[in-house]
Ligand binder design. Structure first.
Ligand SMILES: Nc1ncnc2c1ncn2[C@@H]1O[C@H](COP(=O)(O)OP(=O)(O)O)[C@@H](O)[C@H]1O
Ligand SMILES: N[C@@H](CCC(=O)OP(=O)(O)O)C(=O)O
Length: 374
C-alpha cells in the first residue's frame, strides 16, 4: 500500500521531537516552532486521532536556565539540568495546549520501567486512559534516575517503545534533516534522501553511522533502530524535518515526505508473532461456550463472566492459554489479573470487580489487543 493511503488511515500517532530540532542545534528552545507543532497536534486531536508526544529538550532548557553554553559532561550535571529544564519544557507545552482547549499529562519513563512487565502494563494502562480522556500525554526519559541513557541514549528508542506500548499506527520522528540520507548530509553535499525502505533493511545502518548534531545524542542510527522496534508492533515510522511547514498535518494526511520506514508485517501479524514467539504460557483459563464464540467471532475481549476455571501460577501480565471445556486451545493472551484474582472474578460481571477485589481494575481478564485466537 502506498504511504498516502496507509498513513492517512492512522488512528494513533506518536510524535517524537528531538533535541537538535527543538533547540535549533543548541540555540535554546525554539518556542515558535513548539507553538506550531502544538497547533497541528491539537488539530489532529480535533479530527479524532489520538496523539502521544515524546519530547526531548529538558537538558537543553536546563542548560539555558543555568547559563551553560555547552552540554555538561558529568552525568550528575546532565541530570540536574534535565530536572530543571523539564519544568520549563512541560510548562511551555501545557500553556500552548491549553490555548487549544487541551490538557497535557507528563509521563517520565525509563527503559527499565518498560522491561518490567508490571510497570509496562501500568504505563500502558495510564497512557491508554489518558488518551481516552482526550488528554495529550507528553513523554520524556526520567533523566534523574538514569545514567547510561542520558550519556549515550536517545529519545528515539523511547519513542519506539511508546509506539509499542500504545500500539500506535505510526511513529513520526521530527528531526533537523529532511529525512534519512544515504550518508550524513552535514558532511556530504551529494547525500541523497531515501524516500522509503523496509525498517528491517540491513543497508540502512551503514548510511546512518555519521553521528549526531551538537545537542542530539543518537543521530540517524538510533532512529533506524527505533523504526525497527516500532515495526515489532506493526507501526510505520516517518523520519522527517520538523522545520517543514505544517509537517505533522501533512505527514498524517498521507503526503510523501521525509523517509518512510515500513514494517515487514502488518500490525496484527507483528503482534501475533511477538505474542507467539515471545512468551511461555504460565497457566490456563477454561472458557464457557459463550466466551469461546465471542472470541472466535473476533475483536472481543475475554471478560471474567465467561470463565469457568483458572489453573497455573500466573501473575498479571503473564501469557495464559484459553481453552474450551474440552481442553481444546482457543486463544493465547496476556492476562490482566493473577490466578488468585482470576479465580475470584470468574463467572462474575465486570461491574462487580471493585466489590470482589476491593479495587477497580480493568473490566476484561484479557484485552482483545492482547489476545491471539488460535
Ligand atoms: N545518513 C544520515 N542522514 C541524515 N542525517 C544523518 C545521517 N547520518 C548522520 N546524520 C546526523 O543525524 C543528525 C540528527 O540526529 P540528532 O542530532 O540525534 O537529532 P535529534 O536530536 O533530532 O534526535 C543530523 O543532524 C545529521 O547530522
Ligand atoms: N531526555 C533528554 C535527552 C534526550 C535526547 O536528547 O534525545 P534525542 O532528541 O533523541 O537526541 C532531554 O530531554 O534532554
Amino acid at each position: 500500500m502506498e504511504m498516502r493511503e496507509k498513513i492517512a488511515k492512522a488512528q494513533r500517532v506518536v510524535v517524537k521531537i528531538g533535541s537538535a530540532l527543538l533547540t535549533n542545534d543548541g540555540q535554546g528552545l525554539d518556542v515558535e516552532s513548539i507553538a506550531k507543532w502544538v497547533e497541528q497536534i491539537a488539530r489532529l486531536r480535533e479530527s479524532g486521532k489520538e496523539v502521544v508526544l515524546v519530547s526531548s529538550g529538558s537538558i537543553a532548557a536546563g542548560m539555558t536556565r543555568l547559563g551553560f553554553s555547552s552540554r555538561p559532561k558529568q552525568v550528575n550535571e546532565l541530570q540536574a539540568a534535565a530536572a530543571l529544564g523539564q519544568m520549563k519544557l512541560i510548562g511551555l507545552y501545557e500553556s500552548y495546549f491549553v490555548n487549544h482547549g487541551l490538557y497535557t499529562a507528563q509521563i517520565l519513563l525509563t527503559n527499565d520501567d518498560l522491561s518490567n512487565r508490571r510497570r509496562y502494563l501500568n504505563a500502558r494502562s495510564t497512557l491508554r486512559t489518558l488518551l481516552s480522556f482526550g488528554v495529550v500525554p507528553i513523554v520524556n526519559e526520567n533523566d534523574t534516575v538514569v545514567t547510561d541513557e542520558i550519556r549515550f541514549g536517545d529519545n528515539d528508542t523511547l519513542g519506539a517503545l511508546v509506539a509499542n506500548l500504545v500500539e500506535a499506527d505510526v511513529l513520526i520522528i521530527l528531526t533537523d534533516q529532511l529525512g534519512l540520507y544515504d550518508k550524513n548530509p552535514r558532511n556530504h553535499d551529494d547525500a541523497q534522501l531515501i524516500p522509503r525502505a523496509f525498517a528491517s533493511d540491513d543497508r540502512l545502518e551503514a548510511m546512518a553511522s555519521g553521528g549526531a548534531g551538537a545537542l542530539g545524542s543518537g543521530g540517524m542510527l538510533t532512529k533506524i533502530r527505533a523504526a525497527r522496534l516500532a515495526a515489532r508492533s506493526g507501526a510505520d515510522t516517518v523520519i522527517v524535518s520538523g522545520r517543514e511547514n505544517e509537517v505533522i498535518s501533512r505527514v498524517v494526511a498521507g503526503e510523501a515526505m521525509g523517509t518512510w520506514l515500513q514494517p515487514e508485517h502488518g500490525r496484527l501479524a507483528a503482534r501475533k508473532q511477538w505474542l507467539a514467539g515471545h512468551l511461555k504460557s504460565r497457566g490456563s483459563l477454561v472458557l464457557d461456550d459463550g466466551a469461546v464464540k465471542a472470541l472466535r467471532s473476533g475483536g472481543k475481549s475475554l471478560l471474567p463472566v465467561g470463565v469457568l476455571d483458572a489453573e497455573g501460577a500466573f501473575s498479571r501480565g503473564d501469557m495464559v492459554r484459553c481453552t474450551d471445556e474440552r481442553g481444546l486451545l482457543v486463544a493465547r493472551g496476556l492476562v490482566n489479573y493473577g490466578v488468585a484474582e482470576a479465580l475470584k472474578l470468574m463467572g462474575h460481571a465486570s461491574s462487580e470487580i471493585g466489590s470482589i477485589l476491593g479495587y477497580e481494575g480493568e473490566p476484561e481478564l484479557i484485552h482483545c489487543d492482547d489476545l491471539v485466537i488460535v
